[in-house]
Design a protein around this ligand. Structure first.
Ligand code: GLN
Length: 517
């Protein structure tokens, strides 16, 4: 049965487990087998929780067989899922892919983890990422780079590259990532899977190790939009442990309903995915320069396909895009420099072994424990916040952020959502971004604005380039428009099959000897 669950989506798998066609144990074993087969070539995980996952699957299976009402009503019961390694999991190493956290095992679960557990999800392991989520390639991890399952010579994107690669390679059915400036959407695009950065405040950040708190948001990665909707249904909603969590979002409707599913994940009959009355903005001038031709073409083709579902296309202008990268990199670095001050060798993980006094212990611990990219950002952020430069950089960046938010508000008066590439190109070759970091920062141009303005943005497979690498296009909506972007994305996936293609890592690449057992 191993390979038969592989292409399955989370929703289908859970339905079949509840119907008794598979057991939760078989599903977990199947994913663990795929991890054994593919992990040497992909390196998507930092920690695989084989034993706890199997025990948990047994527990869920027993509860289902005993008729547990909560689990039978859950859209994700029995589904093996991967979690990015910056989300706290009780008793399971949570490293942020950094040496400085060592073997840190949190004594509590993040709110999203508690909610997934209550819904009967099986946590398979913790995925690789750029150190402290800083990066766009998953190459800055202390645990080595993750490879793109479509081409092992390319990056999977980042920083949630491990989560996206795990889903693409069948090493997890779905996953959680976090997105501060594109880290769910861009790796989802590079790996040919679907990922959502929710509206800021929609999902609790309690237990997410902070990078830039005003921009960070946890979100789902799956094979298709329906799975992202199911995960949102489970993890979203007000949380008293997160002061920025939005109240009352559940009363505004269901995520599953937006994609034609019932609360338990079964599909409504006759869901047409019709988009009549929805106006989709196309920023034509923005796409004229600095975007690969294949990426641009994929977006225009997607727009035409959405039109056949009844949507109306309208041109929009995004001339504020020139400001988004400087504003983002100043705000993100400033917040990071403050957030990362807690890693001092006293409270968590790693501590330098040789030092003469407390100051030297701090210096050596941080000097040895943080990687290059993280140190660069701490220095940049400290500089931007220092007296004398605060007004010129940090304050200016906050002003730009406000202007960007207003520009989006105006833009959404003329359309309901808009299309934008997830990245200007498909996945670059391994090593390229490390030698040209500025190019890497520039490639975040299309993702960071949604974080600065707190908006929901969905990235979904929309084609392949000439090298056969997946292309992702984003649907960005107004604040709280998460259901709308999911609806539009689902409608697109109803009439296309890009999301159904898989890299076939097990059969092809391994058989060719590029990876071994
Ligand atoms: N690439 C961006 C950065 O390095 C975004 C990262 C993220 O979203 N976590 O800051």
């Amino acid at each position: 049965m191993d390979s038969s669950i592989m292409p399955m989506t989370a929703l289908d798998l859970s339905q079949q487990i509840k119907e008794g066609k598979f057991t939760a144990i078989e599903a977990t074993k199947s994913v663990l087998n795929q991890i054994k087969a593919a992990e040497k070539s992909i390196n998507a995980y930092i920690t695989v929780c084989e034993e706890t996952a199997l025990n948990r699957a047994v527990e869920i299976q027993q509860k289902l067989e005993a008729g547990d009402k909560t689990l039978l009503a859950s859209p994700l019961a029995g589904v093996p899922m991967a979690i990015k390694d910056n989300i706290c999991t009780k008793g399971i190493k949570t490293s942020c892919a950094s040496k400085i956290l060592g073997d840190f095992q949190p004594f509590y679960n993040g709110t999203v983890i508690e909610r997934l557990k209550a819904a009967g999800v099986v946590i398979i392991g913790k995925t690789n990422m750029d150190e402290f989520a800083m990066g766009s390639t998953t190459e800055t991890s202390y645990y080595g780079e993750t490879k793109n399952p479509w081409d092992l010579g390319r990056v999977p994107g980042g920083s949630s590259g491990g989560s996206a690669a795990a889903v693409a390679a069948g090493e997890a059915v779905c996953a959680l990532g976090s997105d501060t400036g594109g880290s769910i959407r861009q790796p989802a695009a590079y790996c040919g899977v679907t990922g959502l950065k929710p509206t800021y405040g929609m999902v609790s950040r309690y237990g997410l190790i902070a990078y830039a708190s005003s921009l960070d948001q946890i979100g789902p990665i799956g094979r298709r939009v329906e799975d992202c909707a199911a995960i949102m249904e489970v993890i979203s909603g007000w949380d008293e442990l997160d002061g920025t969590s939005l109240p009352d979002i559940k009363s505004k409707g269901s995520f599953l309903q937006a994609v034609g599913c019932k609360a338990d994940g079964s599909r409504e009959k006759d869901f047409s995915g019709e988009l009549r009355g929805i106006r989709i903005g196309i920023p034509e001038t923005t796409l004229k320069k600095g975007v690969d031709e294949d990426v641009r073409e994929a977006l225009f083709t997607m727009a035409e396909q959405l039109k056949t579902q009844g949507a109306e296309l309208c041109p929009v202008s995004m001339d504020f895009l020139d400001y988004v990268l400087p504003a983002y990199y100043i705000i993100a670095a400033a917040e990071a420099s403050s957030n990362l001050s807690r890693f001092d060798g006293v409270r968590y993980g790693y501590r330098a072994t040789e030092y003469e006094d407390l100051t030297q212990m701090y210096e050596r611990t941080r000097g040895q424990g943080f990687g290059r990219e993280v140190k660069k950002r701490i220095l940049l952020g400290t500089f931007a916040l220092s007296a004398g430069y605060y007004d010129a950089y940090y304050k200016k960046a906050l002003q730009a952020k406000a202007v960007i938010k207003e520009a989006f508000d105006r833009l959404f008066q003329g359309c309901d959502c808009l299309l934008l590439p997830a990245a200007p190109s498909t996945a670059p070759k391994l090593g390229e971004s490390l030698t040209d970091p500025l190019k890497m920062y520039l490639s975040d141009i299309f993702t960071v604005s949604a974080n600065l303005a707190g908006l929901p943005a969905l990235s979904l497979p929309s084609g392949f380039d000439r090298q056969g690498m997946p292309i992702g296009t984003q649907i960005i909506g107004p604040a709280l428009g998460d259901r709308l972007v999911l609806k539009v994305g689902h409608s697109f996936q109803k009439i296309t099959d890009y999301h159904q293609k898989s890299p076939g890592i097990k059969e092809d690449k391994q058989a060719q000897g590029k990876g071994e057992q």
